[in-house]
Design a protein around this ligand. Sequence first.
Ligand SMILES: *[C@@H]1O[C@H](CO)[C@@H](O)[C@H](O)[C@H]1NC(C)=O
Ligand SMILES: *[C@@H]1O[C@H](CO)[C@@H](O)[C@H](O)[C@H]1NC(C)=O
Ligand SMILES: *[C@@H]1O[C@H](CO)[C@@H](O)[C@H](O)[C@H]1NC(C)=O
Ligand SMILES: *[C@@H]1O[C@H](CO)[C@@H](O)[C@H](O)[C@H]1NC(C)=O
Ligand SMILES: *[C@@H]1O[C@H](CO)[C@@H](O)[C@H](O)[C@H]1NC(C)=O
Ligand SMILES: *[C@@H]1O[C@H](CO)[C@@H](O)[C@H](O)[C@H]1NC(C)=O
Ligand SMILES: *[C@@H]1O[C@H](CO)[C@@H](O)[C@H](O)[C@H]1NC(C)=O
Length: 803
Amino acid sequence: MAISSSVLLSLFILLPPIIPNSLAQSNSNISLGSCLTPIGDNTTWRSPSGDFAFGFRPLDTDPNLFLLAIWFDKIPNKTTVWYLGGGTQPVQSGDKLQLVSNGYLSLEDQTGQQIWTSGTGSTADYAAMLDTGNFVLASSDGSISWQSFDNPSDTILPSQVLSQGSMLRARLMDTDYMPGRFILSVQQDGNLVFYPIVQPSGFSYDPYWASHTVGIGTKLVYNETGSIYLALANGNDFPVVSAGSYSLSMFYQRATLDPDGVLRQYVYPKNSTNGGWSAVDLQPLDICQAMFTETGSGVCGFNSYCKLNGNQSVDCECPPHYSYLDPSRKYRGCKPNFAVHNCHAEGTEVDQGLFDTVELKNVDWPLADYEHYQPLNNELCRNNCLSDCFCAVVVYNDQDCWKKKLPLSNGRVGSYVQRTLLVKIPKGNYSQIQPATLMPANKKNDKRTLILVGSVLLGSSAFFNLLLIAAIIFITFYGFRIRRNAKLGPDLSTVGLSLRCFTYRELEKATNGFREEVGSGASGVVYKGYLQDKYDTCIAVKKIGKALPETEKEFAVEMQAIGKTHHKNLVRLLGYCNEGKERLLVYEFMSNRSLTQFLFNGPRPDWNRRVQIALGVARGLLYLHEECSTRIIHCDIKPQNILLDENFVAKISDFGLAKLLKTDQTQTNTGIRGTRGYVAPEWFRNVRITSKVDVYSFGVILLEIICCRRNVEAEIGDEEQVILTYWVNDCYREGRVDLAVDGDEEATADMKRVEQFVMVALWCVQEEPSLRPTMRKVTQMLEGAVDVPMPPEPSLTSGTSCR
Ligand SMILES: *[C@@H]1O[C@H](CO)[C@@H](O)[C@H](O)[C@H]1NC(C)=O
Ligand SMILES: *[C@@H]1O[C@H](CO)[C@@H](O)[C@H](O)[C@H]1NC(C)=O
Ligand SMILES: *[C@@H]1O[C@H](CO)[C@@H](O)[C@H](O)[C@H]1NC(C)=O
Ligand SMILES: *[C@@H]1O[C@H](CO)[C@@H](O)[C@H](O)[C@H]1NC(C)=O
Ligand SMILES: *[C@@H]1O[C@H](CO)[C@@H](O)[C@H](O)[C@H]1NC(C)=O
Ligand SMILES: *[C@@H]1O[C@H](CO)[C@@H](O)[C@H](O)[C@H]1NC(C)=O
Ligand SMILES: *[C@@H]1O[C@H](CO)[C@@H](O)[C@H](O)[C@H]1NC(C)=O
């Protein structure tokens, strides 16, 4: 028990009165049998350097209650980095923590009843508060049976690692350690997600930030140079936050999932007397925009809106004539200071004379609208809300008008919100009047005002009980879908992302009510739309028309399998919607449409570009057949399904749908005897379908790319030329491949490649599937990596001659 006088001195100087009698032990090994009590000589165990202490500290909210915690002991505010039981287990002055002789921690109340234990199964020879901030129970051989780093609260410290299955849970407020509203979870599936959690049920809403590392994320690491990252199975790091140049030798560091749902990394200068914690990095960067949950209030409570206060904090503000439900807990939301427009009162549906509006710029609650008008000018928009007893606020922008009802959720303010808000308030001077004493300024004694006053006098609490009941019902019926699919964001380029599950409503909104049709096919109609993300990502939404027998779950499983495919020559599936009977697929949008438009509509495209497209399609198919984790036979390769991006890179779409759509290829007949379009002949026989069906379709498309014409062109005068596969075969047999590219100067100048491509195509369209090469072989032959042998004569070819 050797406490140096300087330590004692500094303790007396630094310790604020909140930690009474803190005669901490600074010897580093705590022996079995040692005790701590909330009050008395032994309240804490300190680390050798004195940077951290473990022990009891009084709650800010009630000094008679104590928290078992770990904190930074050298800084005046004693910032807590760990606390027991998510703050739900406050300790009373008579309680006692003992490192019992069996080698575990036991917290007992004054009657000797055990309140908490670190695990009776484990054994240890001693305990130690380490200089890293980790409190460990260890054996003499050095093995650790329990440590605070494995049981984190809301903070992660340098050298701490969170393995799969661990989480941080924000506290409710800076001074209230009760379990808060947000969780950061290192999920078992490898994804790092932040999501809101519903009090008190514990249901979780959609994540507002995700690393999109399903299958490859392993653990969250806070390394010695101040970087916090998710370590990936492939050896790479997925950065989360980083302290940059703030070194650990000069700064204390921590990262905390703050009560507002933001993971902030803080630094504190060690040798400065007037320093404080300052956030040097954060995730997500703008919580007000990141949070977008259909149910739940968002970052702030209902009826309030979220305002960024630099990187350091978030404010929740009330609209004019609304006030905080609980001014000391602003996150709980806002209530109107007046009786809202009442649909039960006589005549109020039609009378707009009772209400007025106040204007606010750059504020919106993007999800609370129940009506959308377009076009509608601002004045009509306002009047429409005034005369509608459901309408609480109305938001407009140009010719768009959105009516919203209470409670309002996901509110945000910022210059990025290009909207004008009108808040509906009663006419007269209500601004300074509290609800309980609310009287109209102009004491008009008519029936309506009486009703108005009456409903106010009954208490806004009745209204809020109703709101609460409505909210509970809403959550009960709609809030149980626990979804952890990662939200889409700017981080899409990360590999291994999981798909986003969209609501029908979101897609309806994104496509402006499915207005702009950009294509249609056997599987459904495709619409153009925009995601409401940072980049207004342009999307193609496919509404699947066919009845799908699959259950929602099977559909989702299938979608996840497709979501795992990543290749330059595949259109990326971003998400899907699976709601009731509605099945929609969301793809990245391809600005140069499909191969159909490219090849057949307009002037003959550049030969080199066509060569690259042929190679791209071949590579995409090779990936589907051999390289992706779930091998996929496309079954419906045709020019409409080959899309082109802004750089004319070919991307195959609609893959993986064959199983879902139960594609019946035998019905895809072109109507011309002996031809099957792109469909391999075995579809018409009772044989097993293999990936060779795609090779056949590819062969047909390759010929179309070479000749820039459709496989079947009934209008062509010359009968021999009607079916492209037959005609090119005939040309090839007669040594006149040049006829296939007649008039195409670029291709004619590259005759060797044309011949090579034609031969590959003729191999692909062989009747007998086993004769057709694999896509790997096809790719090698197209790339010139292997020689192309002479293709055999397709057996069904009509023996017409080439002219
Ligand atoms: C505090 O702990 C030390 C060492 O374990 C012990 O000798 C001392 O008696 C304790 N003091 C009280 C008041 O329990
Ligand atoms: C703490 O105990 C362990 C095991 O008995 C021992 O190896 C270590 O040196 C001790 N540390 C101190 C500072 O006494
Ligand atoms: C910590 O992680 C960052 C980012 O992954 C890396 O650049 C840095 O080298 C790491 N530091 C150490 C000491 O490993
Ligand atoms: C803190 O320490 C650093 C290096 O040890 C020194 O450069 C700096 O002046 C010190 N600051 C104060 C306020 O003492
Ligand atoms: C310490 O805490 C108080 C109250 O929580 C706060 O006002 C003050 O800014 C804090 N000081 C530092 C240096 O962080
Ligand atoms: C917030 O952090 C970003 C970088 O993370 C920085 O660019 C920006 O300037 C910071 N803003 C404030 C107000 O500190
Ligand atoms: C509204 O009432 C407040 C306080 O009762 C007063 O200060 C204010 O001037 C009034 N405003 C108008 C426009 O009457």
